[in-house]
Design a protein around this ligand. Structure first.
Ligand code: ADP
Ligand code: FRU
Length: 300
């Protein structure tokens, strides 16, 4: 059998990135310094980073049967990401984000639209041959279906005798409005975003790790990236906290997808049996590189 790969389950979409010298005022007419039309989406972004780091990686999600989805697929294939099990839907719009990147700070403001593309269902997911995967990452989205998918992986893991055949499950809780709380109990590795943590009243990553440790299963690793302050992680068995500072580029150009890049670096390290501390460093290194450029090309 071929080398096992990492599966990324979640969104891929179109990102229209408008680069402006400053954040625009309401009801004004601005000229962009640059405009890029690129593939985006958390799972898609993490996939192309993992593939460039040298891990076999598959992306699984839904796509609209539409000309614009070809651009998305071309990009995933360009980096060698496997897309064999993606599910296409007729008569749907392509999920698209209009993004403002402020060239003065690298900040990104995202306006996302997903008009009518159905989410991936467990029925789609369970067609996979789980023996092909060493790690499955779930971007927190359609909670009910994702919980069912995770149950399938857990059932598979329970039947596998040896540790090496079990699949590691990671989940990402990024958008507080999505009501994803239940998901956190199901990951071996749980990524909480800064936005998620802030929504629940935590003003630092460390306090978020302390507060959220009761929301993950025993033995899980909690991870919380915090923009220019770097990233933290905690192992729930020992309660030891780890931190990595950032690796800033010469100029912060575009932070869109920094978190997705960080997650990929972190997963990459743990798949390669590195320590939590090394994984944080790796995540911050690749995320730092990403912040110095638009898009995800040449990240490794
Ligand atoms: P998200 O894209 O989900 O908002 P964060 O802003 O938390 O993610 O960033 C994820 C990681 O990207 C951080 O832990 C850090 O390593 C890196 N990063 C983010 N912003 C910067 C920055 N301005 N300079 C250097 N690294 C950054
Ligand atoms: C960055 C990103 C973009 C996408 C948006 C979707 O993290 O994945 O590429 O447009 O978030 O929420």
């Amino acid at each position: 059998m071929e080398a096992k790969c990492v599966l990324q389950v979640g969104l891929t979409c179109l990102d229209i990135i408008n680069v402006l010298g400053h954040y625009p005022e309401e009801d004004t007419d601005s000229r962009c310094m640059e405009q890029h039309c690129l593939r985006g989406g958390n799972a898609g972004n993490s996939s192309v980073v993992l593939a460039q780091l040298g891990l076999p990686c598959e992306y699984l999600g839904t796509l609209a049967k539409h000309k614009l989805s070809e651009l998305i697929m071309e990009d995933l294939h360009h980096y060698g990401v496997i897309t064999d099990h993606c599910v296409y839907h007729d008569n749907c719009q392509v999920p698209t984000s209009c993004c403002i990147v402020n060239d003065a700070s690298g900040s990104r403001t995202i306006m996302h639209s997903n008009a009518n593309l159905p989410e991936l269902s467990c029925e789609d997911f369970e067609k996979l041959d789980f023996r092909r995967y060493t790690w499955i990452h779930f971007e927190g989205r359609n909670l009910k279906e994702i919980l069912k998918m995770i149950l399938k992986v857990e059932e598979y893991n329970n039947k596998e005798n040896t540790k090496k055949d079990k699949i590691t499950i990671s989940v990402e809780l990024e958008k507080p409005k999505m009501n994803l709380h239940e998901l956190s109990f199901h990951g071996d590795v749980v990524f909480f975003s800064k936005d998620y943590a802030k929504h629940f009243g935590y003003s630092t990553a460390e306090s978020a790790l302390d507060g959220l440790q009761s929301k993950v299963k025993q033995g899980a690793i909690l991870v919380c990236a915090w923009g220019e302050h770097g990233a933290w992680a905690m192992e729930t068995t020992t309660k030891v906290k780890y931190h990595s500072s950032t690796f800033p580029p010469d100029k912060v150009i575009d932070t869109l997808g920094a978190g997705d890049t960080f997650n990929a670096g972190f997963i990459y390290s743990l798949v390669n049996k590195q320590t939590i501390s090394e994984a944080l460093t790796m995540g911050c290194k690749v995320a730092g590189k990403k912040c110095g450029q638009h898009g995800f090309g040449g990240i490794a």
